[in-house]
Write a protein that binds this ligand. Structure first.
Ligand SMILES: [Zn+2]
Length: 497
């Protein structure tokens, strides 16, 4: 089979425009043609696609893959350039048996609220409806019926942390012969729920239970796919919210019935998705208690400043509370501050410097910390992930430094030059920090870190604060949504039609 591969991947946080402005072309890691093969051997969607294509001896045409860290709305011209390049590459590769894409589902460009539908439409104009079009997706996508109609298959991850991207990539390729032969004649129903859910790991209830129910119903005869998409609450578009996406083999009534069955369960359990919002001070006190009772390392995650959800990555609320509590033997990884990283590199290991750290991009994420630190070491910020979510993929956080503050055991603070959440302990190891020997490990992430830290942590405690990915989703106005949304609006109601 001759299959074109490509994708445009972006989770858009429309509120993040206040911190960094629009997402421009410079923010994208664009790989064209054979450069896409650099994803081979990584536990990513594209890694899975490349593996399955080779294993099944398909003739692959890699076209264009563009990924940017979650951030504000994409500049309209940047998106159109990427889209048109991808579509032109697909047109040039015709005739094709299928097109397989990697998209997110929560992409928004200036004037385009549903990037994935716009992209699907543009590709359909070239390939028509006889050539299968498949896309993998993130479970934080805002899925619309238009997407369901444009794509033959939408393969969202089931897990959060997204440890199954690689497997979904394999499935996308393995579905091609079934679609080409006509054995599968898919029809998709998208049941949207008026819910703006706070971050919800599938490692625990209720999201884990809902995932299990989806997998159970996927075994029903005729059901090809059943997935619950949590949606992305930090975005103000008409379709913002959660959804259940069910694909059956030519049975629209079954697709609708199964989707509504899951939707009813999600709706009934919506209160369970609300997590306790602990201030940084309380989270640190709780952690200290656990350390005394059961030992470390206790992991505190700074959920409100998760660059993986479009935040600046330089919030100081949690770090400030940590410095004030001054617990023994603690480390913080990491804060985005290229200026301080450069200052540390210029001064060099062994020097003591006065810095103004973080809090530099907006008013929401705290003010800079004026502190004196010892430069323990510096690095180039490059390493390879080991987390089951991204194993094999290369990280590059730019120039980094390990800074130390006084205190009895002292606090080790990592500073980096590129925005990212922390996925595993490798960024600490890079700077000589064995997290298992620390009592308290504080990091920026909402859930993905669990895949790399759950096994080594005595306990995980989530700290919340003002921030673009706070647990308090009701803090954000959503004037553009197409109806009431729970938990902001008590009138929000889901009714099966
Ligand atoms: Zn996600």
């Amino acid at each position: 089979m001759r299959i074109a591969l490509g994708g445009i991947v972006h989770e858009t946080n429309t509120y993040a425009v206040q911190s960094f402005g629009m997402t421009t072309m410079d923010s994208f890691d664009v790989r064209r043609g054979e450069a896409i093969a650099t994803y081979a051997g990584t536990r990513t969607f594209m890694g899975g696609m490349l593996f399955a294509a080779e294993a099944n001896d398909h003739d692959v045409v890699p076209v264009l893959h563009a990924f940017a860290q979650p951030s504000g709305t994409i500049d309209g011209e940047a998106y159109r350039t990427l889209r048109d390049d991808l579509v032109a590459g697909i047109a040039a590769a015709m005739p094709l048996d299928a097109v397989v894409l990697d998209t997110h589902g929560a992409g928004i460009a200036e004037g385009i609220d549903d990037l994935e539908s716009d992209l699907g439409q543009s590709i359909r104009e070239v390939i028509g409806f006889d050539v299968p079009l498949i896309s993998t997706l993130d479970l934080h996508g805002a899925i619309t019926q238009e997407m369901g109609d444009l794509y033959d298959l939408l393969l969202g991850v089931y897990e959060y942390p997204h440890v199954d991207m690689y497997e979904r990539g394999i499935e996308a390729i393995e579905a091609v012969p079934n679609l080409v032969s006509g054995e599968w004649n898919p029809t998709t129903h998208v049941e949207r729920l008026p819910l703006l859910l706070p971050t919800s790991s599938t490692t625990i209830a209720p999201a884990g239970d809902i995932r299990d129910r989806c997998l159970e119903l996927e075994r029903v005869e005729g059901v090809l796919r059943c997935a619950f998409f949590h949606g992305f609450p930090f975005t103000d578009i008409p379709a913002a919210g959660a959804s259940v996406v069910v694909t059956t083999n030519a049975d629209p009534a079954l697709a609708r019935a199964v989707a509504q069955q899951i939707a009813a369960e999600v709706w009934d359990r919506r209160e369970e998705f609300r997590l306790e919002s602990l201030t940084p001070e309380i989270a640190i006190r709780q952690a200290q208690r656990v350390i005394v009772e059961r030992g470390g390392p206790v992991v505190i995650n700074d959920t409100a400043d998760n660059p993986g959800g479009g935040t600046p990555g330089d919030a100081t609320h949690v770090l400030r509370a940590l410095i004030e509590a001054n617990p023994e033997n603690s480390c913080f990884g990491y804060i985005f501050d290229p200026q301080v990283a450069e200052q540390a590199h210029d001064a060099g290991a062994g020097s003591t410097i006065e810095i103004s750290l973080g809090g530099k991009h907006d008013d929401l994420h705290g003010s800079p910390l004026e502190i004196t630190v010892y430069v323990k070491s510096t690095s180039d910020g490059r390493f390879v992930y080991t987390t089951p979510m991204l194993a094999g993929a290369r990280a590059n956080y730019g120039p980094m430094a390990r800074l130390q503050m006084g205190g009895r055991g002292g606090i080790d603070i990592l500073v980096g030059s590129a925005r990212s959440q922390v996925f595993d302990a490798e960024v600490f190891s890079l700077h000589g920090i064995d997290v298992t020997r620390f009592d308290l490990v504080v990091l920026k992430s909402s859930q993905h870190f669990r895949a790399g830290f759950d096994e080594l942590a005595t306990e995980v405690i989530t700290a919340d604060s003002p921030g673009l990915t706070t647990l308090r989703v009701e803090n954000f106005d959503h004037p553009r949504v197409d109806g009431p949304r729970w938990p902001i609006d008590p009138e929000a109601a889901w009714v099966a039609d």
